[in-house]
Design a protein around this ligand. Structure first.
Ligand code: HEC
Length: 186
């Protein structure tokens, strides 16, 4: 007959097993990032002030703002557009994303090699563009871009949160005029 103690032990073991399983499932579901600079892992950390949208992205790699902005363009002005100007992105990429001393982000067409296509092909996904803005770039177009994410070392100024970067990406998507497919809306 099974004693009380062994039942308790069996219960404990099964509980531990369950906890272990949940932990692995969560780790597997989380989005893992790679640096645009050198392909190494990019250690983006969650913070106590992460918004629900930021948390969703860190779990799924999907930027919830992209479709929200496409459905309701009135969100853009107060959100991503404001953050883009406020943080000085427009100084290099232009107030209309036309490219000033850095590649155009609207990809409207023109003289430059990168006026219609992304310098880094991965920027056709929101995850890829998040990695580019967060961790900086190696300089394929002739200039390099610095690190922006607040949880990475050597970020510009006060740095940007996951949520800030997601809203900025959604703004950049809303201005896209290039000849590629808008895969980020799928
Ligand atoms: C000091 C100038 C400068 C500032 C400020 C700057 N960038 Fe950049 N950015 C660049 C340069 C230069 C590149 C091209 C990098 C390369 O070729 O490696 C670039 C590339 C990019 C790309 C990839 C473009 C492509 O075609 O693949 C994105 C997206 C981007 N920047 C977004 C931003 C955002 C968002 C901000 C503000 C948070 C910002 N940048 C601020 C200079 C800047």
């Amino acid at each position: 007959m099974l004693g009380f103690k062994s039942i308790k032990a069996a219960l404990l073991i099964s509980m531990l097993g369950f906890a272990g399983l949940t932990a692995t499932t969560q780790a597997a579901a989380a989005c893992s990032f790679v640096s645009t600079k050198d392909g190494s892992p990019l250690a983006i950390k969650a913070t106590g002030t992460d918004t629900p949208q930021a948390k969703e992205f860190l779990e799924t790699c999907i930027n919830p703002y992209t479709k929200a902005y496409a459905a309701d363009p009135t969100l853009i002005k107060k959100g991503g557009k404001k953050l883009f100007g406020y943080n000085g992105c427009s100084g290099c990429h232009g107030g209309k994303l036309e490219g000033v001393m850095a590649p155009s982000l609207s990809k409207f067409g023109g003289q430059g090699a990168f006026d219609t296509k992304w310098v880094y092909a991965k920027n056709a996904t929101d995850k890829g563009m998040f990695e580019t803005i967060s961790g900086g770039t190696p300089g394929t177009s002739g200039g390099v871009m610095a690190t922006w994410h607040v949880t990475l070392a050597d970020h510009v100024g006060d740095g940007l949160s996951t949520d800030d970067i997601l809203q900025i990406i959604a703004y950049i998507r809303s201005e896209y005029k290039g000849d590629g497919e808008k895969t980020w809306l799928k």
